[in-house]
Design a protein around this ligand. Structure first.
Ligand code: SF4
Length: 238
């Protein structure tokens, strides 16, 4: 098996070498290419996607939920998690408008309070490292959040370093419009998917039933979480 990940993110080329990425004794991912590189390969090969027949994706991981799709936009990871948490806790869908609207959009720092049966959940969303710093300053000053989502790239992965290059002809504000357009397109696309919450995705359910035991199991915690340590912004010279 040779695993190729297609990513919006140049940082993933570094991450495949993280020590925990060989749990089976083999590297989990062999090669990372960016969406921009894939697009160039498609063009070089002369493929016209519009003329190719549609096919189902292979399993496992062939079924994508809307919750997975919105991971690409700032606020999307947090919204995806809340769709599941809110429904499990209240038996109802996370309401839109209301909560969901406060999690979306290109404001650098968004905050919301979500009413749950046992009290409020306070959340914060930041994109771009300047805004990440603002969240950290709030936490240092004593503010408490139950859930913080930080995406390194402005707009989230839709504006990732490996994505097709954004035009800056309209300046920084104009580039944010492009990111917003990309985010809008994934929110539109996810509305038509048969599954919009991670816990409804049949392949996620099967993964827990047959391999990870149950949500929050020891195995799930070990395999689905990571930790970070301070490191230099520049790779060390050999
Ligand atoms: S936000 Fe940027 S740095 Fe973070 S995963 Fe997405 S593309 Fe990579």
């Amino acid at each position: 098996m040779f695993v190729v990940s297609v990513m919006p993110c140049t940082a993933k080329k570094y991450e495949i070498n993280r020590p925990e990425m060989d749990d089976s004794g083999f590297r989990d991912v062999d090669v990372v290419i960016t969406t921009r590189e894939l697009a160039r390969m498609i063009r070089q090969a002369g493929l016209n996607f519009a003329k190719l027949p549609d096919e189902e994706f292979d399993t496992p991981m062939g079924v994508a939920s809307g919750a997975g799709l919105i991971f690409g936009a700032t606020g999307g990871v947090l919204e995806a998690a809340l769709r599941t948490i809110y429904e499990i806790e209240t038996g109802q869908e996370l309401p839109l408008p209301g909560y969901v609207q406060s999690l979306r959009g290109m404001d650098g720092l968004k905050q919301a309070e979500i009413e749950m049966p046992d009290g409020k959940i306070r959340v914060a969303i930041a994109h771009g490292t300047g805004n990440a710093k603002l969240v950290m300053e709030k936490i240092k000053a004593g503010e408490h959040f139950h859930f913080v989502e930080i995406m390194g790239c402005p707009g989230g992965c839709v504006g990732g370093g490996g994505q097709p290059i954004l035009s800056y002809r309209r300046g920084w504000e104009g580039s944010m419009d492009y990111r917003m357009d990309r985010a809008d397109s994934i929110y539109k696309a996810e509305k038509d998917l048969p599954y919009r919450k991670s816990h409804e995705n049949p392949e996620v359910k099967k993964l827990y039933e047959e391999f990870l035991d149950h949500p929050f199991s020891e195995k799930a915690h070990k395999l689905l979480h990571t930790s970070y340590t301070p490191r230099s912004p520049f790779p060390k010279a050999d």
